[in-house]
Ligand binder design. Structure first.
Ligand code: CP
Length: 304
């Protein structure tokens, strides 16, 4: 199987460190007037998004272009999927055009893994169901490193709809490889106890004020209504118990940073006062998305 990126679970610490370091080099390039590189000149990258996306889709496209690759982006709504074409037939069709790599987002957990078994092309997982979102965890780690200078020994609270979050899973896998203490917090139906057993250093706390106490990083998650089949929590009640507000900030370390993968729902999981505060690094995460995806594409498709 050609080397792609299906999840963080499969990566070892050395590979993660190499991607984060290279992303750090690309960060510096982005800030000035960017000169397009030709590292991936002649390569064709297909972005195949079966679920909506703003950040991941655009940053993969920008990253590919900045490395000199050609890109095509296909969404389910604009493809022959709406005419009834199956996933396998869609993939065979795209494979026949010989792309250098396919970046794929799909609502089904395991869809990119299926694709990777089916096609002899590197596949990059841009989010599969509730399973993994590896480049999000990498850009989150890059952002934490930028602000804290290290991962080892940090205490990170991940708060919200953990059950449906591929971002939470990928972050748990990544942060635990670096000895981070991880506290998962949310309403009991949205925090499956088995998640505390998927990696070392993870514990569960249902009281948000306790979860936040003395943490270095607060990572908020969106309530994923599109993945919930049962009646959801009333918005006001959720915000009262699990919404991050200014009053919570003094419980954490004084230099705590607040993260959110986006899109944010103001007044549901986070207040505007916190989202727009000095402690928020949400837009730094977005900025790092391009640098990290450049590093990932270069690693998979660049010459050794
Ligand atoms: N964080 C993230 O995956 O955002 P998008 O859904 O906008 O890509």
């Amino acid at each position: 199987m050609p080397k792609g990126l299906l999840g963080i679970e499969d990566l070892d610490r050395t590979e993660i460190e190499a991607i984060l370091q290279r992303a750090g080099e690309f960060q510096a390039l982005q800030r000035g007037e960017f000169r397009r590189l030709d590292t991936l000149k002649g390569k064709l990258i297909v972005n195949l998004f079966f679920e909506p996306s703003t950040r991941t889709r655009t940053s993969f496209e920008i990253a590919a272009k900045r490395l000199g690759a050609d890109t095509i982006t296909l969404t389910a709504a604009g493809s022959s999927v709406v005419k009834g074409e199956s996933l396998v037939d869609t993939l065979n069709t795209l494979g026949a055009m010989h792309p250098s790599a396919i970046v794929m987002r799909h609502k089904a957990s395991g869809a990119p893994h299926f694709l990777a078994r089916h096609l002899n092309i590197p596949i990059i997982n841009a989010g599969d169901g509730t399973h993994e979102h590896p480049t999000q965890a990498l850009l989150d780690a890059r952002t934490i490193l930028d602000h804290k200078g290290r991962l080892e020994g940090l205490r990170v609270a991940i708060i919200g709809d953990i059950a449906h979050s591929r971002v939470a899973r990928s972050n748990i896998y990544l942060l635990s490889k670096f000895g981070v203490e991880i506290i998962l917090c949310g309403p009991a139906p949205l925090v499956p106890p088995e998640l505390a057993r998927i990696a070392p250093g993870v514990r569960i706390e249902y009281d948000m004020r306790e979860a936040i106490r003395d943490v270095d990083v607060i990572m908020m998650l969106r309530v994923q209504l599109e993945r919930q089949h049962e009646t959801s929590f009333p918005r006001d009640e959720y915000f009262q118990f699990y919404g991050l507000r200014l009053e919570h900030m003094e419980l954490a370390k004084p230099d705590v940073i607040v993260m959110h993968p986006g899109p944010i729902n103001r007044g549901r999981e986070i207040s505007s006062e916190v989202a727009d505060s000095q402690r928020s690094v949400i837009l730094n995460q977005v900025e790092n998305g391009v640098a990290v995806r450049m590093a990932v594409l270069e690693r998979i498709l660049g010459e050794a």
